[in-house]
Write a protein that binds this ligand. Structure first.
Ligand SMILES: Cc1cc2nc3c(=O)[nH]c(=O)nc-3n(C[C@H](O)[C@H](O)[C@H](O)COP(=O)(O)OP(=O)(O)OC[C@H]3O[C@@H](n4cnc5c(N)ncnc54)[C@H](O)[C@@H]3O)c2cc1C
Length: 458
């Protein structure tokens, strides 16, 4: 089975989700090609992969520079068509861009089925044909893989070490003369999304009152007895109204309603159907919920409509014409303001996903005190959640992760224990009523986003 794995080099290292996809491919096939688009300098990080017995191709050309997800998916599509593969594997997302859009867009461009959120692939021999049947264990259950298919892979696999006898081979360099892309669909010219500016994120800051541990439980009792109107007013939208807006699903509609003169709410249908309807009506903007379904289906519609899609927006603004979309950017303390130069302008937006009144959320700082975290939650009647720090360590399930790439929450009381307060985390808790942080580092950023702080070890 001819298999291509799309690999991105992020900050000089192989994207960990793509490492997982590569290991998955190596367990399935002996004919694996790694395909990477990036600057020539990426070859250094890619070269060690040749020791795993795979062919490695770096797509590099000055016309590819500055490509957003739509342009990247187009360039990869051209190369994959030339390679004529049966099976394409991509990591679920890159750890820098973190949009999770390239895989779904690429599947649409190639016209093959998408199997998203795969944790493991099992193989089984079928009775007569001696062909292997592949079953993907995904975040939504088991799915049979019929090739050709594109599979996006979670961090379920660890990339093997090469044999000590293996030798390093060469990385093949392809430029546009090898794949003949239309230059108007590559690089900045072919990218419908534009980052307008990035800035220090001040949103969600609170003034923190420091208290002692002894005051903690009485404070919780006091807060519990207060009325429910403590939760912050949600200010996800500001500016003029757009004339014609679509929302996919009721949750996205809640955010779209105040920004639309005319709002059309569609069900979560097949994205090809939504794209066909949108092509006729051509709304100014379409908002999708940024849950598992929205994150996998909005990119398919964007690829059909050849329009820009901004992932995981935490707030939006319009001037009556343009949709300005805000999302945290790579360093964690920075927010990017993004616009889309094509129509419909599309965004996946964060919506709340819990009705819990109290959440106790643990971070990497309490990785060895998970039982204590659960005891506290039991004692005060709270739901347990976590930062991505604990999820990455395998100490909490992904479903409990709060943050940009997890859940958006707005409980009456949010207690952050052992969480440093990266913007990727705080952007998803800012609508909470009262935020309490426990951290021994008095300079931890979380205290700038908390109403009460306890400077102590948990
Ligand atoms: C694109 C992208 C998306 C991301 N999405 C998310 C997301 O959805 N959610 C998310 O949370 N993160 C996300 N992150 C990661 C985020 O940037 C941070 O790396 C992560 O939130 C850090 O987790 P943490 O606070 O648990 O760990 P750390 O940053 O390691 O902080 C641990 C804290 O624990 C404190 N501590 C140590 N010992 C104790 C103790 N005994 N008691 C109490 N405190 C203690 C330390 O002082 C420290 O402040 C994302 C990152 C990127 C690049």
């Amino acid at each position: 089975m001819k298999t291509v794995v799309c690999v991105k080099v992020c900050g000089g290292e192989i994207n960990p989700f793509d490492e997982s996809a590569l290991e998955c491919a190596l367990t399935l096939s002996s004919d694996v090609t790694v395909l990477s688009m990036g600057p020539e300098s990426a070859a250094e990080a890619l070269k060690p992969l040749t020791r795993l017995g795979v062919r490695v191709i770096l797509l590099s050309d000055k016309i590819f520079a500055g490509s957003d997800t739509l342009a990247t998916a187009y360039i990869l599509e051209r190369a994959i068509k030339k390679l004529d593969a049966d099976m394409i594997l991509c990591g679920r997302q890159s750890v820098d861009g973190d949009t999770a859009q390239v895989g779904p867009m690429l599947s649409q461009n190639l016209g093959i089925s998408l199997i998203a959120g795969t944790i493991k692939i099992k193989t089984d021999k079928t009775d007569k044909t001696n062909e292997r049947k592949m079953i993907a264990e995904t975040r939504m259950g088991e799915v049979r893989i019929d090739t050709p298919a594109l599979v996006t892979v979670e961090r379920g696999y660890f990339l093997r070490f090469p044999s000590i006898f293996s030798r390093e081979g060469e990385v093949e360099h392809w430029d546009n003369s090898d794949i003949n892309c239309d230059p108007n669909r590559c690089g900045l010219d072919g990218s419908p999304t534009r980052v307008l500016k990035t800035f220090e994120n001040e949103r969600g800051r609170r003034s923190c009152k420091f208290i002692s541990f002894d005051e903690f439980l009485p404070l919780i009792e006091d807060l519990k007895s207060r009325r429910d109107d403590d939760r912050r007013e949600k200010q996800r939208y500001s500016g003029e109204r757009l004339k014609n807006v679509w929302a996919v699903g009721e949750k996205a509609a809640e955010i779209a309603r105040p920004m639309a003169e005319k709002l059309t709410v569609t069900d979560e249908l097949d994205p090809r159907e939504i794209a066909a309807m949108a092509e006729k009506d051509m709304p100014d903007a379409i908002l999708w919920n940024s849950d598992f379904w929205g994150r996998n289906n909005a990119p398919i519609a964007a690829a059909i409509l050849k329009t820009g899609l901004c992932a995981d927006c935490t707030s939006i603004e319009t001037d009556g014409e343009i949709l300005y979309m805000y999302r945290p950017a790579r360093s964690g303390n920075i927010t990017a303001k993004i616009k889309c130069v094509t129509k419909p302008q599309m965004a996946t937006v964060r919506t709340e996903s819990t009705s819990a009144d109290i959440i106790v959320s643990g971070g990497r700082g309490v990785s060895d005190k998970i039982d204590k975290l659960y005891s506290l939650a039991d004692k005060i009647g709270a739901e347990v959640c976590s930062s991505r720090g604990l999820v990455d360590m395998g100490k909490m399930q992904y479903e409990r992760q709060v943050g940009l790439t997890g859940r958006q929450v707005a409980p009456k009381i949010y207690i952050a224990v052992g969480i440093s307060g990266a913007v990727h985390h705080t952007c998803a808790i800012e609508d909470s009523g009262t935020i309490i942080a426990i951290n021994p580092d008095k300079d931890a950023r979380i205290f700038d986003y908390a109403d009460y702080g306890i400077v102590a070890e948990f």
